[in-house]
Design a protein around this ligand. Sequence first.
Ligand code: SAM
Length: 249
Amino acid sequence: MPATPAWPPASTPRLFVDMPLADGAAATIDGAAAHYLLNVMRLKVGAPILLFDNRSGEWLASVADAGKRSLTLHIERQTRVIEQVPDLWLCFAPVKKARLDWIIEKATELGVARLQPVITERTIVERVKRERLEAQIIEACEQCGRTALPALGEPVKLAQLLSAWPADRALLFADEAGGVPLSTVAAPAPAAILVGPEGGFTPRERDLVLENPAVRRIALGPRILRAETAAIAATSLWMAQHGDWGGGA
Ligand code: SAM
């Protein structure tokens, strides 16, 4: 007897909608999302689609009506409740555009709870385009299966970040000038990782960071990593050790 195929199929598109979802509700989709569903995915009436709202979780919907530039979805049932994301913040000095997009996308896939841009003396990026980072976050969540979006903090100066640092949250300071291997540091959630810009931290900034009692100085091997490499390496190590990757180190 052939097994009945899973429903909805694995290829079902997933879409973030910034509205509360509920059984029997309707959602109207327009703009770029509608273009993607209508013209790229070529969804027709009756086609399934998974929606998530960063509030309740994920819901199965189907196309009730398909117009030229918009479509109406009928929400059928909840498929998942919103997940608990490991309480890890990634605090990073914004780097150049493509690499910054990469940090945002990979850290979202890896499961961080918060992305916090930090302006340091050697940060070369003037302005962080919030809408661009938010779009990156949403696209990564749609792809990786998250139903809870990571929070995106407003850019904050390093001194300000440290002065308001929550005492109960370990701050893992990625420092190529010293530190112990992350695997030797017990820093379960709530925790955070701090990574510098292309030019690194100044000696004055290093002293300021190391003064904070919540700080643990960590080394990520003997080589100088690019900021984005350090951010993703440290996040991966923490997730494997303390996050939701199962087993725990
Ligand atoms: N000061 C570095 C140099 O001498 O070229 C440049 C900084 S590095 C490109 C960017 C950031 O990645 C650093 O501020 C640090 O947070 C992190 N990083 C790079 N390599 C690291 C390592 N081996 N251990 C810990 N953190 C590292």
